[in-house]
Design a binder for this molecule. Structure first.
Ligand code: NDP
Length: 460
């Protein structure tokens, strides 16, 4: 029998007020919490023991946050100082699994929102992983390899105190790709004197997994394909809008092209390209070279392929013209809050059939409400981009077993996981009276799994 626990507040509006009063500037975190709280209300109503055990009060407070200084020398010999964070949100169902973000916009709010989302996403993958996030306001853009290495090494001199294969496992997010993971892992290995899978997304010849780089994007398309199948639709011949041109965008586009879709947009933080003829395999290979090796700007795509048009970001607009092009499907794969209310109306007015989130929280709450209100398909990030963390989990399994699976095996496992997540979301949405609402389904499934573990483990 479960022990009685002290009565907690457990009231949703009070909890929201409390987190806003505690950290009034953490808008992204408030947004992420609000979205989950709205979804799980019926679960709390049906399970009074959750309120009694104050699971909500506990789940919105990170188990641990570490903030630290990272001094590093640039190529001119000047000293620079950045701020680093490690946010460990929940270890209820396993060690923290954290994405690491290097971007000038990184602050505690962004990382708390990412860590909070990660808790429920990881629970959805069926793997025993808790949730966290880490990062720094360091901007890798325009930095030499040597500068990036010095930064990563200094970052790791603090971070290694908090991570480990049974504690907190790190993988890449915005601004943290193979180059950064390599430098971070090198320093982790030196400091800890062990070669373990505490970082995932590693190079293939030193412990990485095939399909890890592709996983978030491929998984997103697998999830979207499952959604389309519920309406007897497929990607063949469908026009698709993709934003971003980093890891998730590249592999979302790659899988869409493979499935016969026509990808007509890509972007970066400076602007976007519209290619009415479609980004084909060769053009995508150029984008990978441009972004991953040459570290150039997406504008150069339009110089190379004159059929495409480049539009620079216009900060005076309250919408992004990328989302104004007529297409059947949209995949926001760049960053949080990149699809505004007006963008949502533009997509709807162009008869969009599906919006599937490759990025984390790319739709504002207003945009999400508009999508959920319409008979279209809306795939929330927690479910749709869970393929990234799922294959990170598979990389950890391979590291523990000291073997490497073939790419086909990892890809098949990814497909099965995405299919399972899709079914679980649909079942939970149906069970709680909102059939077809994948956002509710994802939040409820992740939430129930985590809070049941919290109840089992007592008040810790
Ligand atoms: P990358 O750094 O590889 O690419 C990010 C892309 O988004 C770049 O094109 C970048 O442009 C653009 N971008 C970044 N910030 C902004 C901004 N403020 N406005 C407009 N564009 C912007 O990151 P990922 O592809 O890895 O991550 C993209 C999203 O996917 C994030 O939300 C991340 O949290 C999420 N995600 C990533 C996973 C992974 O495994 N990598 C897994 C699950 C989710 P620029 O080059 O100009 O900065």
């Amino acid at each position: 029998m479960r022990k009685q626990v002290p009565k907690g507040k457990g009231n949703m509006s009070e909890i929201l007020e409390t987190i806003k009063a505690r950290d009034p500037h953490e808008r992204e975190f408030h947004q992420a919490v609000m979205e989950v709280l709205e979804s799980v209300k019926p679960v709390l109503d049906q399970n009074p023991q959750y309120r009694q055990a104050a699971v909500l009060d506990r789940i919105v407070e990170p188990e641990r946050i570490v903030s630290f200084r990272i001094p590093w020398l640039d190529d001119e010999g000047s000293v620079n100082v950045n701020r680093g964070f490690c946010v460990e949100m929940s270890s209820a169902i396993g060690p923290y699994k954290s994405g690491l973000r290097f971007h000038p916009s990184v602050n505690q709010s962004i990382l708390k929102f990412l860590a909070f989302e990660q808790v429920f996403k990881n629970a959805l993958t069926t793997l025993p992983l808790g949730g966290g996030a880490g990062g720094s306001d360091f901007d890798p853009k325009g930095k030499s390899d040597d500068e990036t290495m010095r930064f990563c090494q200094n970052f790791m001199t603090e971070l290694y105190l908090h991570i480990g294969v049974n504690t907190d496992i790190i993988t890449g997010d915005i601004g943290v790709g193979p180059r950064e993971i390599g430098y971070l892992f090198g320093m982790f290995k030196k400091l800890s004197n062990e070669f373990t899978g505490a970082l995932t997304g590693k190079g293939l010849n030193w412990g990485g997994s095939l399909i890890r780089a592709q996983a978030a994007g491929y998984g997103c398309v697998y999830f979207a394909a499952e959604m389309l199948a519920t309406r007897n639709m497929a990607f063949e011949g469908q026009k698709c809008l993709v934003s971003g041109s980093g890891n998730v965008a590249q592999h979302t586009a790659e899988k869409l092209i493979e499935l016969g879709a026509k990808v007509i947009t890509l972007s970066d933080s400076s602007g976007y390209i519209h290619d009415p003829e479609g980004v084909d395999k060769d053009k995508l290979a150029y984008v990978k070279l441009l972004k991953n090796i040459r570290r150039g700007r997406i504008q150069e795509y339009a110089d190379k392929y004159p059929g495409a048009v480049y539009m620079a970001v216009d900060h005076n607009l309250d919408y992004n013209p990328l989302w104004s092009h007529r297409a059947a499907c949209a995949f926001p794969c760049a960053t949080q809050n990149e699809v505004s209310e007006k963008d949502a109306y533009n997509l709807i007015n162009n008869n969009i059939k599906l919006v599937c989130e490759g990025a984390n929280m790319p739709c504002t709450p207003e945009a999400t409400d508009i999508f959920l209100d319409k008979p279209m398909l809306y795939g929330p990030a927690k479910a749709a981009n869970a393929g990234g963390v799922a294959v990170s989990g598979l990389e950890m399994v391979q590291n523990s077993m000291r073997l490497n699976w073939l790419g086909e095996e990892v890809d098949n496992r990814l497909k099965i996981i995405m299919k399972q997540i899709h079914h679980t979301c649909l079942d939970a949405a149906e069970a709680y009276g909102t059939p077809g609402n994948y956002a509710n389904g994802a939040n409820i499934t992740g939430f129930v799994k985590v809070v049941e573990a919290m109840l089992d483990q007592g008040v810790v």
